[in-house]
Design a protein around this ligand. Structure first.
Ligand code: PNS
Length: 162
């Protein structure tokens, strides 16, 4: 991997336009951004990790500056393993702040080299989250314009009642 590398971690269950906006802006700051799916055993996802990888691949058009990976265990260990020290996270609202501040502080406490870069989510997506997307899609509501078309299709398939 060449140049400056950042890790964009998350559940990405599934990836939304909010995530893609943060990713695009991260690519303006870094040469390579690794989208890293946390294999959190407590959180049973709607999509399996291989499905999430495929959805992210489709949504990022196989951009060579975007690497899609998954990790187990601590984020700080993963970031060190990929020779980075930067984490990117999006902030939607004040309500995100407390959790994010706690997480970034804990990560920095675990590894003082690590820095988290927060970006404010674009105004168009501040109400979009994977959780609300899944809820709306599960009841047959439209999530068009909030997720990329491949994710929209995948959600329709998941929740199809036919
Ligand atoms: O998209 P999410 O679910 O808000 O992402 C949360 C994530 C994956 C970034 C966070 O849970 C994480 O970093 N998990 C890895 C375990 C870890 O390092 N925990 C210590 C931070 S408190």
């Amino acid at each position: 991997m060449n140049g400056k590398v950042a890790v964009y971690p998350g559940s990405f269950d599934p990836i939304t336009f909010g995530h893609l906006d943060i990713l695009a802006r991260g690519l303006e700051l870094f040469d390579t951004v690794i989208v890293a799916i946390a294999l959190n055993i407590e959180k049973k996802g709607l999509f399996g990790v291989p499905e999430r990888v495929e959805l992210i691949k489709g949504a990022t058009n196989n951009n060579p500056r975007v690497i899609i990976d998954s990790f187990n265990g601590l984020l700080v260990d993963y970031v060190t393993r990929v020779n980075s020290r930067f984490v990117i996270r999006g902030l939607r609202a004040m309500s995100d702040f407390e959790y994010e501040f706690q997480m970034a502080s804990m990560n920095r406490n675990l590894n003082s080299d690590m820095d988290t870069i927060f970006m404010m989510t674009s105004k168009d997506y501040f109400f979009v989250s994977s959780r609300t997307i899944k809820e709306v899609a599960s009841f047959g509501g439209s999530v068009k314009g909030m997720v990329p078309p491949n994710v929209d299709d995948a959600l329709k398939k998941k929740f199809s009642r036919t």
